[in-house]
Ligand binder design. Structure first.
Ligand code: ADP
Ligand code: MG
Length: 213
């Protein structure tokens, strides 16, 4: 279980303190709704280790994560955009999720084939990321985070640019991978429809706090 308790953060330029508490069980998808600027991305950045909390705890099965640097945390994160290296092929972009040096075994290459099939992009393996549409790029980025299969999956409004049908397919894929791999998934979205489709629990970010719905 991922358990966040009394986690606090304050930007230097703003007076308000953001406070977060939530829990996510394995196989569970928690959705976070809230107005723009309400502090949703801040929470994901705290969990991923891009920001350092002033107080509180983030525990994955009794293991405290707040003391770990970002690259040591068992987390993969998908942003709204700019997830890819545009000058690299689709295959290389995905391999970067498993190895930082692009040295890859035959096994890794097979994994890339399989995940590209799941996101419906098997024909684009050797295409440069820059020549894909925005929606296709987001599917490549999703393939990369799904291949990592880190126990904590963070999604920050990931499917905003996609057409409705593709978005539903991607949501279903996130759900399938979450269940099959016992992931703890947190998805920030402003689409109630996304929540209804795959979320097990919904929290609302309101007046600098998370409230369970
Ligand atoms: P959301 O993701 O819900 O739109 P954020 O978590 O990104 O909101 O931001 C919460 C608040 O913190 C916003 O008012 C935003 O302007 C402010 N903020 C975000 N990043 C920074 C930063 N690096 N420095 C100062 N303020 C920031
Ligand atoms: Mg945001």
């Amino acid at each position: 279980m991922l358990k966040i308790t009394d986690l606090k953060y304050r930007y230097k330029s703003i007076d308000d303190v953001y406070t977060y508490a939530l829990s996510v069980k394995p196989k569970e998808i928690v959705a976070i709704l809230g107005e723009s600027g309400s502090g949703k991305s801040t929470l994901l950045d705290l969990i991923a280790g891009f920001l350092t909390a002033s107080d509180g705890s983030i525990k994955l099965d009794e293991r405290e994560l707040t003391a770990l640097s970002a690259e040591k945390r068992p987390v993969s994160i998908l942003f709204q955009q700019h997830n890819l290296f545009e000058h690299l092929s689709v295959q290389k972009n995905i391999l970067l999720g498993v190895s930082r040096t692009l040295k890859s075994s035959q096994k890794d290459i097979l994994k890339v084939h399989k995940i590209l099939k799941e996101v419906g992009l098997e024909r684009y393996e050797h295409t440069l990321a820059s020549s894909l549409s925005g929606g296709q790029q987001q599917r490549v980025a999703l393939a990369r985070v799904l291949l990592r299969r880190e126990p904590i999956l963070l999604l920050d409004e990931p499917f905003t640019g996609l057409d409705a049908k593709t978005r539903m397919e991607m949501l279903d894929l996130v759900q399938k991978i979450t269940k099959e791999n016992n992931l703890h998934t947190i998805m920030v979205t402003h689409e109630l429809q996304d929540c209804e489709r795959i979320a097990d629990k919904i929290y609302l970010m309101k007046e600098h706090q998370l409230v369970e719905q």
